[in-house]
Design a protein around this ligand. Structure first.
Ligand SMILES: O=C(O)CCC(=O)C(=O)O
Ligand SMILES: [Fe+2]
Length: 460
């Protein structure tokens, strides 16, 4: 992979951030595969109805076929900008942009965004090979080919996306954007989930036998990205394979059952969890995909264990969430998720807490819209088994999506800890659950106290 090719999507974004006088932008498009727009066009009406929650979010069950065939690189020229005003004037008239120019520019920016998807669909085999090598070297995944005692040399290759677990292998221009977030030391000891919650989930509130409390996760490291305040990446904080397996089982089996969720139905009405047709399940408030909204009369009790996990995961970052809804996405070979905003909720003052298990995926974090080309532009990053992504503060409305999943990157240690059906699903798949708050916080004691304090200080 030549360096200029590998970093093409980011260069494209950077080009768009240059001043408008730039007359020539060579946008290297990513290949011959169908773009997001192309695949979106081919979506069935049924899929289109389920295109939420999020304004332009393609359906979470949309499958883009595994790409085959040749990939070619093509150059695309954006129209040349003609500068307004008399060139001979020493003092130039300020540039004004016509509607047509703005539209052309926006189209070019959207193209840039789509090209990132094309790029990673085309590069997914390379990214897969990279993740496998890195994870084997770091001991995250066992490599059957490594004879005991014969440690392979650590890979030194560079990949064209941000790998928070191997920053040394990430491109410098992306690493320069990374900020380490301090996790308060007292928080490092926190983070309990107990099996009592799980029991209550399953038994409808009645806890029969309280098992010993077990720590589920421990946040020790977290990263942010310059220019994306409120975005937080927490590398897999789960404390053991057993805990990971417990969460996978909940998401794949317990939460996919009709008692606690609404799920996409197969054409023949079959609803079995882990059936090859299961694409998503909603928990708590069930999004109405046809009318594109949440309603008070369509909700189930939110699973307590998951609610508690989400709340505790954002605590170290001084954020709060009242978990009221969640989407569980079941990815399979070829599943992608297009760029979208999570903007269907009635409030954006709580973060989205997104937790992934199974095979690694490429997650792209964009700006406010597909035409937002301000720095840092779309940032592609690797999300592995157990990793947590938090979209809070100004990043709550950032556009994001998953252009590809890397099959064969599931840590094999998980397999013996899972029931066979779940293990065989996860071996080829990925589960993502993203937890959201739906309603605004209309009343808070803190705000009430502050208001009262302010009132008392008003001079008479
Ligand atoms: O799969 C992921 O990591 C992202 C899922 C997502 O953004 C969503 O469901 O809204
Ligand atoms: Fe999303």
């Amino acid at each position: 992979m030549s360096e200029s090719q590998s970093l093409a999507p980011l260069r494209m974004a950077a080009n768009l951030q240059r001043p408008r006088l730039l007359v020539e932008r060579r946008l290297r498009s990513g290949g011959s595969e169908a773009s997001l727009a192309d695949t979106a066009k081919s979506e069935s009406m049924e899929d289109a109805k389920r295109a939420g929650p999020g304004s332009d979010r393609p359906s979470p069950d949309k499958l883009t076929p595994e790409m085959s065939g040749t990939s070619k690189t093509s150059d695309m020229e954006t129209p040349q900008r003609v500068r307004k005003g008399d060139e001979s004037c020493r003092v130039q008239a300020p540039e004004t942009q016509t509607e047509a120019e703005t539209e052309t520019e926006n189209k070019a920016k959207e193209e840039v965004f789509r090209n990132v998807w094309k790029h990673f669909k085309r590069k997914r085999h390379e990214v897969t090979a990279y993740v496998k090598r890195m994870d084997t070297d770091s001991g995250r995944v066992e490599d059957e080919n490594v004879v005991s005692g014969q440690k392979r040399k650590r890979a030194t290759e560079e990949i064209d996306l941000l790998d928070f677990c191997n920053l040394d292998n990430s491109p410098k221009e992306l690493v320069d954007l990374v900020k380490t977030i301090e996790v308060p030391s007292f928080m490092k000891e926190k983070g309990h989930q107990n099996d009592q919650d799980a029991q209550e989930d399953v038994n409808g509130g009645k806890n029969e036998e309280v098992e010993a409390e077990e720590e589920d996760f421990c946040v020790t490291k977290a990263y942010g990205i310059e220019g994306r305040p409120g975005f937080i990446f927490v590398p897999n904080p789960f404390v053991s394979t057993r805990v990971e397996a417990k969460w996978v089982e909940r998401l794949a089996v317990d939460y996919a059952s009709g008692d606690v969720s609404e799920r996409n139905r197969t054409q023949d009405g079959e609803e079995s969890a882990l059936s090859s047709k299961l694409r998503w399940a909603t928990l708590g408030y069930h999004y109405d995909w046809s009318n594109r909204r949440y309603t008070e009369d369509r909700k189930s009790p939110f699973p307590r264990a998951l609610g508690r996990l989400a709340k505790q995961l954002v605590e170290p970052f001084a954020m709060q969430i009242e978990p009221e809804t969640a989407i569980v996405n079941y990815y399979r070979a070829g599943t992608t998720m297009g760029g979208h905003k999570d903007d269907a909720e009635w409030t954006d003052d709580a973060p989205v807490v997104s937790i992934s298990f199974g095979n690694a995926g490429v997650y792209v974090l964009g700006g406010d819209s597909q035409t937002d080309a301000r720095p840092p532009g779309p940032v592609p990053l690797i999300v592995r088994n157990g990793d947590v992504v938090i979209l809070g503060g100004p990043s709550r409305m950032n556009i994001h999506g998953v252009p590809c999943m890397m099959q064969g990157t599931l840590p094999s240690r998980l397999l013996p800890c899972l029931p066979p059906a779940v293990a065989s699903y996860l071996e080829a798949g990925r589960i993502n659950v993203n937890v959201r708050q739906v309603k605004p916080r209309t009343f808070s004691t803190q705000a009430a106290h502050a208001a009262l304090g302010a009132l008392r200080r008003v001079p008479k």
